[in-house]
Ligand binder design. Structure first.
Ligand SMILES: [Zn+2]
Length: 702
């Protein structure tokens, strides 16, 4: 669906304010203005009381922060360019240890690397061989997520809890809370998709109505509007049974030039009657009170300004952020952007409450889709808005970690992840003239935005370290992989189809049929069977499918169509391998390596979950996810700008490793650290045994 179409559809959600009684003038009752830039609830003092009995010896603590997608070369460049915060990244260079790189495990993807960081084991032991893969023993085409698949080795969080240490986990990939093994003592996992999607709203002059005098309900303004206050009403639709969130908008003009003109918008959550006071959900829709009493509302927002709007929601509170993208004095076209709302499942209850009271609501990731829309000339958000969202997302994770660092005693190990550098890499790494829309000016503009995202993370590190006692705490900052520019997607399933080697569910069913039944097969099944095996020649009989992930892909031979014996199967694989390696797209070589599972042992990928063949792309190319062809074209332009999943030996895939605090020698530069070394170091700093080699079935569920 095009953005234009969806916008037209959304226009139906604009409810004119005629249905509401609203006042002009400063008559708001008890409305609490919310300054979006106001400091959050100050952290409790960490100062220790003076005098009295000696303080008990405090146990050591370790904080592991993963900066998804942060590359070693980029960090070193920022350091050389003197762009790093003295109290943030730069502090590690001065007072801690900075390794030349962190060498990820293959494939250089988030799930395998976060699991290997946390276990000290390579994917051939953990079984997490991709963000997505076909799990051994499952039916053909089944696809598992590496973020919630059972891990084949003990994790740091399990080892810690086994040794009576307490664990905090802030959105650490792999700790999804779904079962005791995948849960910490305090924290949360990444919120799922938006409960209410982000919206871009365009209001015309006719959408605004004069606010009626006499009723309570207009915003209380520090300086009154000099033009008559106008109102409008909008709703943010909810998904799967979640009620829409409704907002009252007020157009305000603060200049006294005698003209009727407007320079700002006040956004107030609009609460159904009966819900505002006790925070209870429900209440007849028709009885919605036209009152902003008891509601939090924004200060007047001029063009380019954001506000966080918090509203009662199903017994708790939710929040979204609103930005005035465009506003003209005559209100001919006011464009407002509302972020989505999300459900965060933080635990235990007192931590969830603390986050909410600190106004730390999951703000959602930066809106890639609307940034791309704007780049294609459609309604969307600009680069500044995207960057501000990324910085806010970083601040959310930083804030959530600091609430644990300063507000709680019930943790020894904290595992936290900040994903925005990865997001900035995927969306903004325009650095290769083969990429669509490339120009030197755009390259530099996007590089500046990515630098702002790095600096937002830098700022959060500064605040986190300032909140920690580095005399008893070790902080280690790592990443899972770096990032490289991408310009072309290769759909390997479409390539298999071209060669007649693509397995499809219908075709594998036909092949699996006993001969007697096959004789009676319908024409459709016979056709499917012919399609599956129809290549002829050396590759005859091959039926395979691919699960791709950035620069890595796993190719699986369909089991239902398996060759009669191991030798024949091996011949098929080697034939496929050679054909794929020989494949060219024009003059280019998109595929760097193709390995059988056994050959991938050197990369730590010889595991039954791995493909029968494992492929790595050359930088510039990435593989379609599969396991079905996505469309007709085997090769098509990439929609992302940055990608990873290439061989870990590539310099661009190297991650970061920085450590500071207790037991870290100050001012030390060191050689590259392996991702699989990190868990052992963390265990040593914590004074506990490292994670066991095998999965710890049944532990961690205390
Ligand atoms: Zn990524």
């Amino acid at each position: 669906m095009s953005v234009m179409t969806s916008l037209r559809r959304r226009a139906g959600w604009l409810v004119l304010a005629a249905a509401l009684a609203m006042t002009a003038g400063p008559a708001g009752l008890g409305a609490k203005p919310l300054n979006p830039n106001a400091p959050k609830k100050p952290p409790p003092s960490t100062e220790k009381p003076k005098g009295g009995p000696a303080a008990p010896r405090l146990a050591r603590r370790v904080v592991v922060v993963s900066l998804d997608g942060a590359g070693a070369a980029e960090l070193q460049q920022l350091w050389r360019d003197d762009l790093l915060d003295e109290g943030g990244f730069a502090r590690f260079f001065r007072e801690g240890e900075v390794a030349s790189a962190l060498v990820p495990v293959d494939p250089t993807l988030a799930a395998p690397n976060h699991v290997s960081l946390a276990t000290g084991a390579a994917p051939d032991r953990t079984g997490i061989v991709g963000n997505h893969f076909h799990p051994a023993g499952a039916p053909d085409f089944a696809k598992a997520s590496g973020f919630d698949f059972p891990i084949g080795a003990e994790t740091l969080w399990e080892a810690a809890r086994r040794q009576r240490k307490r664990v905090a986990a802030v959105a650490w990939p792999g700790i999804d809370g779904s079962e005791p093994r995948l849960r910490a003592d305090v924290g949360f996992s990444s919120a799922a998709g938006a409960e209410r999607d982000p919206q871009l709203l365009v209001l015309k002059r006719s959408d605004w109505q004069a606010a009626a005098a006499g009723a309570a309900g207009a915003p209380r303004l520090a300086s009154p509007s000099r033009s008559p206050v106008l109102g409008a009403h909008v709703a943010l639709g909810g998904a799967s049974g979640v009620a829409a969130a409704e907002f009252d908008l007020y157009a305000v003009g603060r200049t006294g030039d005698g003209q009727e003109n407007y320079d700002s918008v006040v956004v107030a959550a609009s609460i159904p009657a009966g819900a505002a006071g006790g925070g209870k959900a429900g209440g007849a829709r028709a009885a919605r009170a036209p009152s902003v009493a008891n509601l939090e509302q924004s200060e007047p927002l001029g063009q380019g300004q954001w506000a966080e709007v918090i509203f009662p929601d199903r017994g708790g509170r939710s929040a979204c952020w609103v930005k005035v993208l465009a506003l003209d004095p005559g209100l001919e076209e006011v464009r407002l952007y509302f972020t989505g709302t999300y459900r965060l499942q933080a635990y235990p209850a007192d931590y969830a409450k603390d986050l909410a009271e600190s106004n730390l609501f999951w703000p959602g990731p930066p809106d890639d889709r609307r940034l791309a829309a704007a780049w294609h000339g459609q309604p969307g958000i600009d680069l500044d808005t995207w960057t501000e969202q990324a910085a806010r997302f970083a601040a959310f994770f930083g804030g959530a970690m600091r609430r644990i660092a300063t507000g709680r005693d019930d943790w020894d190990l904290m595992l936290g992840c900040i994903p925005v550098i990865d997001q900035a890499g995927h969306s903004l790494l325009l650095a290769d003239s083969h990429q669509s829309g490339y120009s030197a000016a755009r390259r530099d503009e996007l590089a500046r935005a990515r630098r702002k995202v790095w600096q937002a993370v830098d700022h959060e590190l500064r605040l986190l370290m300032a909140a920690l006692d580095l005399g008893r705490t070790t902080v280690v900052v790592v990443s899972d992989h770096g990032m490289a520019p991408v310009h072309t997607i290769v759909d390997l399933n479409a390539l298999l189809r071209e060669r007649g080697w693509l397995a499809s569910p219908a075709a594998t069913a036909a092949r699996a049929m006993p001969a007697a039944r096959a004789a009676r097969a319908t024409p459709a099944l016979r056709a499917a069977r012919a399609a599956a095996g129809g290549g002829g020649g050396a590759g005859d009989g091959i039926a395979a499918y691919v699960i791709g992930d950035g620069g890595t892909a796993h190719l699986y031979l369909a089991k239902a169509a398996a060759a009669p014996d191991a030798a024949a199967r091996q011949r098929q694989l080697l034939e496929l391998r050679d054909q794929l390696l020989a494949w060219r797209s024009g003059d280019d070589t998109p595929i760097e390596r193709v390995l059988t599972r056994q050959e991938a042992a050197d990369l730590g990928l010889d595991h039954p979950n791995s493909g029968d063949l494992i492929l790595f792309a050359n930088e510039g190319y990435a593989f379609d996810p599969g396991p079905e062809p996505s469309g007709a074209a085997t090769v098509h332009p990439a929609s992302a700008y940055g990608m990873h999943g290439y061989l870990a030996a590539h310099p661009a895939m190297q991650g970061v490793y920085l450590a500071i605090g207790k037991d870290v020698k100050p001012g030390s530069a060191s050689a590259a650290v392996q991702a699989t070394d990190v868990a052992g170091r963390v265990a040593r700093w914590l004074g506990m045994g490292k994670p066991a080699a095998a999965a710890a079935a049944g532990i961690g569920g205390r």
